[in-house]
Design a protein around this ligand. Structure first.
Ligand SMILES: C[S@@+](CC[C@H](N)C(=O)[O-])C[C@H]1O[C@@H](n2cnc3c(N)ncnc32)[C@H](O)[C@@H]1O
Length: 252
């Protein structure tokens, strides 16, 4: 699985995102940006190259094996983002930490101006929990754009019922997550026609309102544990709240 997408992919995936960032830097001087699931940190280094000390970049990975500072520096030189000499002078080197993004994110509330995430959400057990956490750590005027894994895997050998990354039940009826998400205040699921039919591009959140999807995680299935060649995690949600619901089989 590729872990070296660069800032060119941020430009391609997230519409006018980097333009908004450039404008914000002009206005504020410096912005804090999180790369959620940064891999080798190539995109973060691209931001430093493009915006200099106008950005303070932070990224996380699940583990060191997915990318650490040494790998990030090595890749930045290998991909021609910086020469070794230039790299030695960079004062705002991105910081990489390690965490499980399905749990509470290890950042204070309202600490980022921007968050982006490429090819990472599909691996999380609790995708909605992550989106709500992004909303918590975004500043009031902050924006997050996340590649949403709406469509799931296409591999022919994966059974059909293990191809989707989302299952959402709204009052007992299965609904598409992008339709559901678009009904939530402060959330936008953005699609773009790329010639081969409509494709979901990103899910956008802002820090303006407190976002509550009203969904409870029932279960998640890590496809990789079922078969080594299968990738991603299906997360199953319901609008049925824990408090108001008593499973019949548990009632005495
Ligand atoms: C396919 S790589 C993508 C890396 C990079 N964003 C890119 O597009 O090149 C998936 C990334 O998600 C991170 N990741 C996967 N599951 C995670 C979890 N539960 N918590 C935190 N990070 C996770 C991995 O550490 C890895 O960096």
């Amino acid at each position: 699985m590729p872990k070296d997408r660069g800032i060119d992919k941020v430009d391609a995936y997230f519409g006018d995102f980097t333009k908004i960032i450039a404008e914000r830097i002009k206005r504020k001087g410096r912005v804090r940006i999180l790369d959620a699931g940064c891999g080798y940190g190539v995109a973060m280094m691209g931001f430093v190259k493009r915006f200099g000390e106008g950005v303070e970049m932070e990224g996380y990975n699940y583990s060191r094996n997915d990318g650490d500072t040494a790998k990030m520096k090595e890749q930045a030189v290998e991909k021609g983002i910086f020469t070794e000499k230039e790299l030695a002078k960079v004062r705002n080197l991105p910081r990489i930490i390690y965490c499980d993004a399905s749990k509470r994110l290890p950042f204070p509330a309202r600490s980022f101006d921007f968050i982006y995430s490429m090819a990472s959400l599909y691996l999380y057990d609790d995708k909605i929990g992550f989106l709500e956490e992004c909303n918590r750590i975004l500043k009031k005027d902050g924006i997050a754009r996340i590649s949403p894994a709406f469509l799931g895997v296409k591999r022919e050998k994966t059974p059909e019922y293990y191809r989707d990354y989302w299952e959402v039940f709204d009052k007992g009826k299965e609904v598409k997550i992008w339709n559901y998400a678009n009904r939530i205040r402060g959330v936008r699921a953005v699609w773009q026609n790329r010639g081969n039919g409509d494709k979901p591009m990103y899910i956008e959140l802002t820090g303006r309102h407190k976002i509550d999807f009203g969904l409870r995680l029932v279960s998640s299935i890590d496809y990789n544990f079922l078969w080594k060649e299968w990738a991603g995690v299906k997360s199953i949600y319901t609008t049925q709240s824990e408090k108001s619901f008593k499973p019949k089989w548990k009632v005495k």
